[in-house]
Design a binder for this molecule. Sequence first.
Ligand SMILES: Cc1ncc(COP(=O)(O)O)c(C=O)c1O
Length: 458
Amino acid sequence: MELDRHGELPLHEQIERSLREQIRSGRLSADTRLPSTRGLAEELGISRGVVTEAYGQLAAEGYLTSSQGAPVRVAKTVRAASERPPARSLLESFSYNFHPGLPDLLDFPREIWLRSLRAALRDSPLDSLGYGDPRGLPDLREALAGYLGRVRGADADPEHMLVCTGFTQGLSLLCRALRGRGVEQIALEDPGWHPHRLIVEQAGLEVVPIPVDKSGLRVEELAATDVAAVLLTPAHQFPTGAVLAPERRAALIEWAEEERLIIEDDYDSEYRFDRVAVGALQGLAPEQIVYIGSASKRLAPGMRLGWMLLPSWLTWELTAAKTIEDCGSEVVGQLALCDFLTRGELDRHVRRMRLRYQRRRETLLEALARWLPQGRVSSLGAAGLFELVLLPDETDEPALVRAAAGRGVGIEGLALHRFIPSGSPGLVLGYGNLSEPAIEQGVRLLGEAFAQVRRQGA
Ligand SMILES: Cc1ncc(COP(=O)(O)O)c(C=O)c1O
């Protein structure tokens, strides 16, 4: 044991660290007898009190045992930590990641966000860092209500708003609350965003798939079931891109009037390139609709920030659920978002990104026409951060996903988002987080993967 007599750490702490490290690494195994305090002090040329203090601390932590008169030993219960590799991510990384859920992470407005963060931390009242209102900071709810009213035509009342950690938590809390009320089933779009199904089933609810066509959810098929709640993406259906047609919107609202509930997933509606986005359904029937939006596409998914507009009869139940879940969302991000919104930065950011995504979408379509002409873009309007590409029926979709991954290209197959495994194979290609040259190159490699899978199939 080497001690640094002129170091910053006191001697007893140096001894503790050294012994702790030797025990953890297995160099000192369980039940090993240690030198007496006197013996070690003499050996190290230090006072006995220093060794006594170090042994006492390690005994308190459970590394050593010592009893009156008996020698000090390494505790019998300690196990050396096994050699382990450094922490890894569960996520695969790709050179060209066409994940449909990713916005441009490089273009996250770091400097502007930092300004908001700094201003928010400087100016926020002391109380804001305590346990706050579990629905979220009142000023943020006010700012979000203004934004959602103005941009999405929502009927947003800050008293019936809940800030949550993304759409995912919002839906999960809601499903559990509905289960508690005796709801057993929820209707979902088919095809629809795969995590919808996972979240609904995790809450113990049964999924009732309802088909989608080019006008969105087939409301007449929903009405033929006896489910009491439906979850849908009316402004930009995931993954077909359909917009819920006006007559279907009306029929859906009428359906909900009979004590039924609509859950509106408004995940990316600001990104519409061909016309003004349709307003949120929620504005038409706020007492029949739970609206859930999030910062994931508008800013970045890693922020884990979302918001729910609740019918008044659900507000307190969801507030209680949120309180039990996590006492309210993390507050520093809320403070920053509030400042960011109030300065009009979200509007500016979305406006800037809309042009960028529009160009990327055009690049994707051109690259597909060139490198994967066998694919049919099922484009139901220019919008969002992904396109659905349908492939010839005989295409082995899982093999294509694997072959693309082998070339560093990450893609999602349509089958993942289907409930009833039928219909054409396809790909849901996100272009949000890829530069234009990367889109071009990625699609070229995808075309190669497609040719390989075809050859193997033949
Ligand atoms: C259809 C749909 N809904 C919601 C979300 C956002 O989920 P969250 O806010 O939990 O990140 C996504 C993200 O990819 C999505 O594709």
